[in-house]
Design a binder for this molecule. Structure first.
Ligand SMILES: [Zn+2]
Length: 429
């Protein structure tokens, strides 16, 4: 079985490649990349006008399975990923029960093979039940296929436990992912602390809560020499701490979400519960610091923190609604509209953060187009204009702060192991 993806602009950040060319796929793998490949006998996929990129990688997704299938499951979540242009996603362990054992990790991997349409990597919990009291069975989970460890959703309050987790995960060369918000400072807070929260009279989550948490975690990573990844960075000081730590050689990486990179706390003014996220949407100075961090390499990855909820959970008063919304299907459009079309970032920069950046953090094979690699490929039309209509989403979580927005840029085709699984937004399996 031969397939030729013909005539696109191939942007392959891992190899600093940006060329007009073709990709020949045989038996699910990339056989050749180059200009004017002779595709005799191959089926042709016309990519004229499109960007041809490595399959996008999202290292922060909540698939909600097991136990929370009213919000999302592996079937719906992986289809949302495909619709959004992703070929590899990593799912967080804050499910019911928490993924803190090898059997739970195996279960997710097995279910994803049976039900999923994209590759799913499992992240195991750092502590048992994500309770922050006792380390989970890290070695067993890694043996079962866990790619990282995280108590995402919670900060690990005990510095001692977090340090032990860093050291233990590091023995297996796995990264610990921190949800960095000092809990005593964010309890009952619903939005960023600033002029808008004062105006709305809403209890808030100050940026300093994130700063303190990131600072502690970075110091422990430096002390132990272990690998640390900071999830959904949103504050300017946190970006600066990470920047300085990287300069000192600390093994710290970081991600930012499309919403933190493009929205401010002003979005909360209408009390749309879709704007309620942890950490919260911050003010414009924080957003600018994040974009600067993206551009200077402080931030390694763009990750959605896709966190769907059932409609009846989000249709509540703001202070009672759960945090998070479904980000997989709007990520490419939001990022290209707000960062590329405004001239703040280039396409190779953006695609690096959505392919090889996260792939390197998770380890394993993904995020690069090269002969011999699995043909996981995403085609993007950077100029396609579309309006966000959440009723067409594949995810079960229909709430989005981008509802009704006109975006420019969309994933138009996705191949996983050479198989076309999404075309023009429609998932084909
Ligand atoms: Zn989180």
């Amino acid at each position: 079985m031969k397939l030729l993806i013909k005539g696109g602009r191939i942007i392959n950040p891992a190899l600093n490649m940006d060329i007009a060319g073709d990709i020949l796929i045989t038996d699910g793998c990339i056989a050749e990349i180059g200009q004017k490949i002779d595709g005799a006998g191959a089926e042709i996929f016309d990519a004229t006008g499109y960007i041809v990129a490595p399959g996008l990688v999202d290292m922060h997704v909540h698939l909600r399975e097991p136990g929370l299938e009213a919000k999302e499951d592996i079937y719906s979540g992986t289809r949302a990923a495909a619709a959004g242009g992703f070929t590899t996603i990593a799912c967080m362990p804050n499910t019911k029960p928490v993924v803190d054992s090898s059997i739970a990790v195996s279960g997710i991997i097995q279910r994803a093979q049976n039900e999923g349409v994209v590759r799913v990597r499992a992240i195991g919990a750092l502590s048992k039940g994500q309770e922050g009291k006792e380390l989970a069975e890290i070695g067993d989970m890694v043996a079962a296929g866990a790619v990282a460890l995280s108590d995402d959703g919670h900060y690990v309050s005990s510095a001692r436990l977090f340090q032990a987790g860093l050291l233990y995960a590091n023995m297996f060369d796995k990264v610990v992912i921190s949800h960095a918000e000092e809990e005593s400072l964010v309890e009952d807070g619903h939005m960023h602390e600033g002029a808008i929260s004062a105006m709305l009279g809403m209890r808030s989550r100050p940026a300093v809560a994130e700063d303190i948490a990131v600072m502690r975690d970075v110091m422990l990573a430096e002390y132990t020499g272990a690998r640390l990844h900071i999830a959904h960075v949103s504050s300017a000081n946190a970006v600066e701490f990470i920047r300085q730590a990287k300069k000192r050689g600390v093994k710290v990486t970081a991600e930012a979400t499309p919403h933190h990179l493009t929205l401010t706390d002003e979005a909360v003014i209408g009390f749309d519960t879709a704007t309620k996220v942890n950490p919260p949407l911050r003010s414009a100075d924080h957003v600018q610091a994040l974009i600067q961090g993206l551009n200077d390499g402080t931030i390694d990855a763009i990750a959605t923190d896709h966190a769907p909820h059932a409609a009846e959970e989000k249709d509540m008063e703001y202070i009672y609604a759960p945090s998070g919304f479904a980000g997989l299907e709007t990520s490419v459009g939001v990022i290209l509209t707000s960062l590329y079309h405004t001239g703040q970032c280039t396409l190779p920069q953006i695609l690096e953060k959505m392919t090889i950046g996260p792939a390197r953090i998770l380890g394993g094979e993904a995020g690069v187009l090269q002969p011999g690699a699995a043909a996981d490929i995403t085609l993007i039309d950077p100029d396609r204009e579309w309006v966000v209509d959440e009723t067409t989403f594949y995810t079960k979580g229909k709430k989005t702060p981008f509802s009704g927005q006109k975006l420019k840029g969309k994933a138009v085709a996705v191949f996983v192991a050479g198989e076309l699984i999404m075309k023009n937004g429609e998932v084909l399996k």
